[in-house]
Design a protein around this ligand. Structure first.
Ligand SMILES: C[S@@+](CC[C@H](N)C(=O)[O-])C[C@H]1O[C@@H](n2cnc3c(N)ncnc32)[C@H](O)[C@@H]1O
Length: 231
């Protein structure tokens, strides 16, 4: 099966460039969740084009990415892409990483437990696991679920309440939107512990690109949530 993001690299990056404040808000959340990565071995699962990593020193960040288009750009941006493939299928060194993170990629995974289990094996004991994503229960989640169900953003129920530049419809329809609690349950079933949560994009979607938002603790209001857990 063709990777979901093949052919969308340019559109994906262009969307964030046009939605600069959304990008900056999400970037702040990633920075907060990652903390200090100097001297740490870090893996980005579904590193995509490395757009977010291009904002930081990424020479020590390794990546796994199913889409060749996206991964090739990430390589140019300095990420060491160690495997082109889905996380469920790749072989990673065991007990090797201090931090493994998924920025926006769990929304394209059918079987979270399987994917998170691969990450767990590759993390060092007490290593940090981070998943940042659009929660299914958020305003963004509802908007994407409705667009996916009706196959368009141009639907009477969405008229007048959409952001100016919505996320590419094909990527929205390819998503398997998960709730934060679903992710917590999957991680708990694997023995992860010491959870923390941060969120951003608290405004409703049609207003989120008006300004850069601060990161706040918790997960019950944000359109983009970082879940942190430990092995
Ligand atoms: C929304 S994009 C995020 C890309 C990048 N992390 C970023 O923040 O810009 C989701 C990424 O997850 C990747 N992806 C989808 N399914 C995956 C899987 N099973 N394993 C690893 N990556 C996957 C996609 O190819 C895509 O690059």
């Amino acid at each position: 099966m063709k990777p979901k993001f093949d052919g969308y690299a340019a559109q994906y990056d262009a969307w964030f460039m046009e939605n600069e404040n959304v990008f900056q808000s999400e970037f702040r959340l990633l920075e907060k969740a990652l903390g200090d990565i100097s001297g740490k071995r870090v893996l980005s699962v579904g590193c995509g084009s490395g757009l977010f990593e291009s904002m930081i020193d990424c020479k020590n960040i390794e990546g796994v990415e199913p889409s060749r288009d996206m991964g090739a750009i990430a390589q140019k941006r300095g990420i060491n892409v160690i495997a082109f493939g889905a996380i469920e299928e790749v072989e990673l060194e065991e007990n090797a990483y201090d931090i493994i993170y998924l920025n926006g990629s769990s929304s394209y995974m059918e079987d979270l437990t399987r994917a998170f289990d691969v990450c767990k094996k590759a993390l060092k004991p007490n290593g940090k696991f981070i998943s940042l994503d659009v929660p299914k229960e958020s305003a963004f989640g509802f908007m994407y679920l409705l667009a996916k169900a009706v196959g368009t953003f141009d639907h009477p129920s969405l008229r007048g309440v959409m952001p100016k530049l919505p996320y590419p419809l094909e990527l929205c329809c390819a998503g398997v939107w998960h709730s934060t609690e679903e992710k917590v349950d999957a991680l708990k079933s694997l023995g992860f512990h010491d959870f923390d949560f941060y969120q951003t994009l608290l405004k409703n979607p049609m207003y989120t690109n008006e300004s850069v938002e601060d990161v706040v603790p918790g997960y019950q209001s944000g359109g983009y949530v970082a879940l942190i857990a430990h092995k």
